[in-house]
Write a protein that binds this ligand. Structure first.
Ligand SMILES: [Fe+2]
Length: 196
């Protein structure tokens, strides 16, 4: 059968892998985590909402937004470098924007969770291409609260304190209910013009 549509085969990139995330198990040192704890303790709480609304059925957590100020510049720079390296190795997307501040989240004992979702979507979320999340808590500080990805199979992300996980924002992911203690994390999104 005659092929009516062809694509430029020469442009195929064999070194791009959209099937996996990329992680750093010691992105932040214990000393840096202490500094972050002190900095986040000064910020105001907000009510976490998602595009599904502010129902706690889909997401139950408390968040703070970390300002893009000089005090926070080293954290933004570090996350930028981690995302840059992961994207260079894995996905090679065009990244031009870091349009939103870092989101600090606490998931509490008694069902704190975030159900399956993608980070990109409609409106201001359509520019998100890559997400990074940082494990701020020690694994012994909480039970449950697993970060999981579903790319056909379900994978558990690293639980190591100070680890950073970088993933395409279109990956389905969730945080399972926290059954004991508190899980603290950062999330930041980077992106640019919609995929083409
Ligand atoms: Fe997410």
């Amino acid at each position: 059968m005659e092929r009516l549509i062809t694509f430029d085969r020469e442009s195929h990139r064999l070194d791009v892998n959209f099937g996996d995330y990329y992680w750093f198990d010691a992105a932040f040192t214990p000393k840096e985590l202490k500094m972050i704890e002190a900095m986040t303790s000064k910020l105001q709480w907000e009510q976490a909402t998602t595009i599904a609304g502010d129902s706690t059925e889909h997401r139950k957590s408390k968040i703070k937004w970390c300002p893009q100020s000089s005090e926070w510049e080293w954290v933004y720079n570090k996350l930028h470098d981690l995302i840059y390296e992961a994207n260079r190795v894995m996905w090679k997307m065009d990244l031009t924007l870091m349009p939103e501040p870092i989101q600090y989240t606490e998931y509490y004992e008694g069902g704190g969770h975030y159900d399956w979702h993608m980070d990109c979507g409609i409106g201001s979320q359509n520019r998100r291409k890559i997400s990074v999340t940082v494990q701020l808590s020690h694994p012994d500080d909480y039970e449950g609260g697993e970060l999981e990805f579903n790319t056909g199979n379900v994978h558990q992300g690293p639980r190591v304190q100070g680890a950073a996980v970088v993933f395409p924002s279109f990956f389905m992911h969730r945080v399972t209910p926290v059954t004991k203690g508190t899980r603290k994390s950062f999330v930041l999104w980077v992106g640019g013009e919609p995929y083409r």
